[in-house]
Design a binder for this molecule. Structure first.
Ligand code: HT7
Ligand code: ZN
Length: 883
């Protein structure tokens, strides 16, 4: 397979002005006719026109109305090439045949639950018709859909419905016109038996927009929260960014078979059902929050992605990093900012940091790819969002907004690059952002070390920073990055000290310019080693470093245990307050892991128990914050900090601490469960969610003790729950311990919910992720469960993905977990390469483990590599993992 390189980018040879599509949807074949008005980019110059196409049967091709003869074009499995098209504007008409009903890749045009739908990003449009399938070819589209009226009463595409009517033989048609230029990846079509929830939104300029969310009729009642989220997102984008929706209709369609979460096709978003459908009885708080965030995300793409799009796929983070940042901010404004930030940073550390330290490490803007689908990664999305956040941290809210305004002013209707975004931010603020662009080109998580000293005579406090960016594949040597470090200094009573001046690199900077005291300042760390000296500091402060997690780095400081306990008790920045507890927990876990490995008796530091007790019983704190603060870092995070990852030791230590905390704080946890029981109907608001989160976390601690009266308590919570959040949390708590009670509750849950595939997926995931020894056997059995289907990505992510998320079982020393995954990957690859390649990624960090595990995982990767007909998707991940 061929690598595509960023440095090889060339502008398209031909511009496409308009595209008229006609779909004749049938049960055994679909005919797609396209009429493109094309013109050479440089008039008068003849060069070949290379069209992408895949899995298509070419029926005819005409230029300016004249059928081309065989020798006038060339066809191979991936391209249709016209050697010498006209040197000025011409029309190109192509008719192809395709078979959506056999398309299990869920890319291009396919069928989901009997309905037709499309997924074109990144390169799926080429499975629909021959086209210059690249994002910098922007054209205006019309789309005429013809289909059987009974089977497919609803026919949808992008833009406005301009005509519809009946045809012969029980068929009907709809003609859609999208007035905005768009790249092919934003094209969409849906045809099927669907009903809609209808609503409307009046924009800031007074236009009424019709909003419709389409699902099978029985699911319409479950779309209320999605509609609420859409209207909230539309309003938020107007208020925060001054961005108004630009058409009179916005459609969302929910489909059960979808490779990712959702897709932002112009005015016709297509969603994975699990990110649309919710009711209190069937969806958890986490589901509700995910729906809010993703509905927002796809809606926000209308400006960041659709109106201004990417020049090429290397620029993916231009739209995704920015839009993730926007959805994070939206969710923060709709709920708790601190809790959202903690959740986002945890996600970054759990998933992105390992990627950045492994064989698939790549910059936010990758330099090369074999299959673009493999680069929809946590690095491009989540680290990309952190890069956008750093602009805001450096430029301030209003500076960031000025940059966004200039970006749209300059680039509306264009396909642009990450440099264009950078330039808008810089120019709108006249800012010196020097080497900031390195964030796009250098992979690897920077490691920042901080030491401090206080000079009581000079009343100065010095912070010394050093930074190191680790080598990553293809990038052995790195340059220092531009790292914004937000900091505050706490006095001995725990209050923020006012900051006045700081001296750095020979320059004295004023922090507070008027009488207004300043308690947090952003230091710009740009060199490998750098020093900042604060003046007018009356006593030795405790520094609160990297407030709000102002840069995506690993931070090590010389803070002592007691400094960290102090920050945990007092820091005014809630993020760093939580972080202090996490640093303490990580240190504690690592030292217990060493004890475990040396077969020493494990003993839990009583100070840590006291710290957790203090947080748990602090009634002034937000309850969701407490729930986060009393949750231990994940096993992956700890393994990531070890020279050789030891899943058994880490699991044993985490379980030990959990049980010790449960034992020593039993009374407090019991009170917390009882005091935070639900009263009244379910509502999605921060106060209620925080209460449920704290109750559920406490219940999980208690149930871990596996004592009859505590299991009884969990059973009571399970039976009396009136919403899925509490019911599922109680089930999860009980399912920690093997035995009859667990088996009975799991089967009770299945019989209650077997009619609802989204709830059944939770049931699959819960069992798959279990730490129960030898769980691979149960997961094997579940593969044959009647509700399981390897063709449905959600089910695969729940069962197979869930299993890979349990370190003890996936990394079982007998290799059973690896063997299980290796076999499944090959089966999946035949059906859906995108999903298969996501699953094979679980192997990518095999070198982190001991020699026995390394050999077993490597053998599976080699077995996969030797398979016949391997997809490019899986080939890329497996080969890079072995390299
Ligand atoms: N922009 C969307 C990406 C997407 C996608 C990519 C590859 C294969 C299937 C896909 N489905 C959706 C989603 C988003 O980030 O908004
Ligand atoms: Zn997106």
């Amino acid at each position: 397979p061929k690598e595509i390189l960023l440095k090889d980018y060339k502008k398209p040879a031909y511009l496409f002005d308009t595209v008229d599509l006609r779909f004749q949807l049938g049960e055994d074949k679909t005919i797609v006719s396209s009429k493109i008005f094309a013109l050479p980019r440089i008039e008068g110059v003849s060069c070949p026109l290379v069209l992408h196409g895949h899995d298509l049967k070419l029926l005819s091709i005409k230029v300016d109305g004249k059928e081309l003869k065989k020798e006038e074009f060339q066809l191979d499995v991936r391209h249709l090439t016209l050697a010498s098209p006209p040197t000025s504007a011409f029309t190109l008409e192509i008719v192809t045949e395709m078979y959506p009903q056999n398309n299990t890749s869920l890319e291009g045009l396919y069928k989901s639950s009997g309905n037709f739908c499309t997924q074109c990003e990144a390169e799926g449009f080429r499975k629909i018709t021959y086209y210059q399938d690249r994002p910098d070819v922007m054209a205006k589209y019309t789309c005429r859909i013809e289909a059987d009226k009974t089977l497919y009463p609803v026919l949808l595409s992008n833009g406005n419905l301009i005509e519809h009517g009946d045809l012969e033989d029980g068929k009907h048609y709809a003609l859609w016109e999208d007035p905005f230029k768009k790249p092919s990846y934003l094209f969409a079509l849906v045809a099927g038996q669907l009903e809609s929830r209808d609503d409307s939104f009046v924009t800031c300029s007074g236009r009424k927009v019709s909003l419709r969310i389409w699902t099978p009729s029985h699911d319409v009642p479950k779309t209320a929260h999605a509609m609420y989220s859409l209207k909230a997102a539309m309003k938020w984008d107007e208020e925060v960014f001054g961005l108004e929706y630009d058409l009179d209709l916005f459609n969302i369609v929910a489909v059960p078979d979808f490779n990712m979460g959702a897709m932002e096709n112009k005015s016709l978003n297509i969603f994975n059902s699990k990110l649309v459908l919710a009711s209190p009885e069937t969806a958890t708080d986490a589901d509700y929050a995910a729906i809010l965030g993703v509905i927002g995300h796809e809606y926000f793409h209308n400006w960041t992605g659709n109106r201004v799009t990417c020049r090429d796929w290397f620029q993916l983070s231009l739209k995704e990093g920015l839009t993730v940042f926007r959805d994070q901010e939206f969710s923060s404004d709709m709920g708790s900012r601190t809790v959202k930030r903690i959740a986002d940073v945890s996600r970054l550390r759990t998933y992105q940091f390992p990627q950045d330290a492994g064989p698939m490490a790549h910059p936010v803007r990758p330099h090369s790819y074999i299959k673009m689908d493999n680069f929809y990664t946590v690095t491009v999305y989540e680290k990309g969002a952190e890069v956008v956040r750093m602009y805001k941290t450096l430029l301030g809210s209003s500076g960031f907004r000025k940059g966004m305004d200039l970006y749209f002013k300059r680039h509306d209707g264009q396909a642009v690059t990450c440099e264009d975004f950078f330039a808008a931010m810089r120019d709108a603020n006249d800012a010196d952002l020097s080497n900031f662009l390195l964030w796009y080109s250098q992979a690897g998580t920077p490691h920042v070390k901080v030491t401090s000293s206080f000079d009581p005579d000079a009343r100065t406090y010095t912070l010394r920073f050093s930074q190191e960016v680790p080598p990553t594949p293809g990038q052995p040597v790195k340059e220092p990055m531009f790292i914004p470090v937000a900091i505050g200094l706490l006095d001995s009573s725990g209050k923020d000290m006012p900051l006045t001046t700081v001296y750095n690199d020979g320059v004295l900077q004023m922090i507070a310019s008027s009488n207004q005291p300043v308690f947090t300042t952003v230091l710009q760390v740009k060199k490998k080693e750098e020093e900042f000296v604060f003046s007018d500091i009356p006593e030795r402060p405790i520094p609160s470093l990297l407030r709000g997690y102002s840069a995506p780095v690993r931070l090590d400081s010389d803070l002592t245990g007691s400094d960290l306990f102090f920050l945990l008790a007092h820091d005014s920045d809630e993020f760093t307050r939580w972080e202090a507890g996490q640093v303490l927990a990580r240190k504690l876990m690592l030292s217990l892991v060493a004890d475990f490995q040396q077969k020493k008796t494990l003993v839990l530091n009583p100070k840590f128990v006291d710290g957790i007790r203090t947080i748990l019983c602090n009634s002034t704190l937000d309850k969701e914050f407490i729930a986060k603060a009393i949750t231990l870092p994940g096993e992956g995070e700890i393994m990531d900090m070890m020279a050789v990852a030891d899943p058994d030791a880490v699991h044993a230590v985490r379980s030990f601490i959990k049980k010790q905390l449960a034992l020593q704080l039993k009374k407090e946890f019991l009170t917390t469960v009882i005091d935070n029981r639900s009263s009244g109907p379910y509502d999605f608001n921060h106060h209620d969610m925080a209460r449920r989160a704290l109750k559920n976390t406490s219940l999980a601690y208690l149930a871990s003790l596996d004592e009859p009266e505590l299991t009884e308590l969990a059973l009571h919570e399970y039976k009396s729950a009136t919403n899925m959040t509490e019911q599922f949390a109680a089930l999860t708590a009980i399912a920690q311990n093997p035995g009859q009670v667990r088996d009975d509750v799991l089967s009770d849950f299945y019989s209650r919910w077997q009619h609802d595939f989204l709830v059944v997926n939770k049931w699959f995931a819960l069992q798959a992720m279990s730490d129960i020894p030898g769980n691979v056997v149960n997961v094997q059995k579940l593969l044959n469960h009647p509700a399981f289907d390897l063709r449905n990505p959600n089910k695969v992510y729940s069962l197979i993905g869930g299993f890979c998320g349990s370190p003890v079982n996936f990394h079982a020393k007998d290799g059973s977990g690896y063997k299980f995954l290796g076999e499944i990957v090959l089966l999946l690859d035949k059906l859906n390469p995108q999903v298969a390649s996501r699953m094979v990624s679980a192997f990518s960090r095999w070198r982190r483990y001991d020699e026995t595990r390394q050999a077993l995982a490597k053998a599976q990767l080699e077995m996969i590599m030797s398979a016949n007909g391997l997809s490019e998707n899986v080939y890329e991940i497996a080969s890079k993992s072995l390299a």
